[in-house]
Design a protein around this ligand. Structure first.
Ligand SMILES: C[S@@+](CC[C@H](N)C(=O)[O-])C[C@H]1O[C@@H](n2cnc3c(N)ncnc32)[C@H](O)[C@@H]1O
Length: 238
């Protein structure tokens, strides 16, 4: 594999994927979300805010799927292009709020959006991490609005979100016609702190099914994703 450009020459590798030395790196949110979305028999996905492309990578490798991966940051789109170059995933650098190419139609959209609220939290002094972690260029609901016209009836919209935002987010998504089908809730001690949600675009609400995650469940969810990344690492070394 070749390094190209100045940002890539300053990259580190984690499980075979190139990422910035400084700035945002993927974490277990990304792996949980990939695990949730991977269970959906969708063929054409969009990864909004793809970062280094880890979720798109996991959805397209070892699966019969094509994808579009979008990131507002040129540097992150460059990393995603590098990581996804052997897969049927197109990477574009764009602010999703400005719209996607008109001919795009997806049966699955995934996003691990910036959670931080401007004014409520400290913004990272690292500009790239600030854009990744704080909603400086829109939040989950802005992303949902942007992709709505590119999703067929019965399409899935999967995302991760702080548990504290979930009730408000669910109401707003239901107004757009997105209903939660699966909600995975994660706890620190006895406090819920994160949800991973699979919503479906439909006319009738699904009955929400949620479960309390324990570490054993979390491990079971992310281990197949870690193994898939590990196989990619071995493939590159061969
Ligand atoms: C929390 S990071 C997630 C990155 C990656 N999906 C992952 O799981 O590691 C959020 C990403 O969204 C991107 N982003 C933020 N606002 C955006 C916008 N309006 N349009 C497209 N991408 C955006 C950021 O540049 C960042 O890479």
């Amino acid at each position: 594999m070749q390094w190209r450009g100045s940002s890539l020459s300053k990259a580190s590798r984690f499980w075979g994927l190139a990422q910035p030395l400084e700035g945002y790196r993927f974490n277990w949110d990304s792996l949980v979300l990939a695990s949730l979305a991977d269970s959906i028999p969708a063929r054409h996905f969009c990864d909004v805010g793809t970062g280094c492309g880890v979720i798109a990578y996991l959805l397209a490798s070892e699966r019969d799927r094509t994808g579009l991966a979008v990131d507002v940051q040129r540097e992150m789109a460059t990393f995603a292009r590098e990581n996804l170059q052997d897969l049927p995933v197109k990477v574009i650098c764009a602010d999703v709020r400005n719209g996607l190419p008109a001919d795009c139609l997806f049966d699955l959209v995934v996003t691990n959006p910036p959670y931080g609220v401007m004014g409520a939290q400290r913004i990272s002094p690292n500009p790239s991490r600030a854009i990744a972690c704080t909603a400086l260029n829109g939040d989950l609901l802005d992303f949902a609005t942007a992709i709505h016209g590119h999703c067929a009836q019965d399409a899935h919209f999967c995302f991760v979100s702080p548990d504290s935002n979930w009730a408000r987010t669910r109401d707003a998504l239901e107004e757009m016609g997105w209903y939660a089908k699966r909600v995975w809730r994660f706890y620190r001690g006895d406090k819920p702190f994160r949800v991973a949600v699979d919503c479906v675009r439909c006319l009738e609400p699904y009955v929400e099914r949620s479960f309390e995650s324990q570490s054993v469940v979390l491990d079971a969810l992310i281990e197949p994703m870690i193994e898939r990344l590990g196989r990619s690492k071995r493939a590159m070394a061969d």
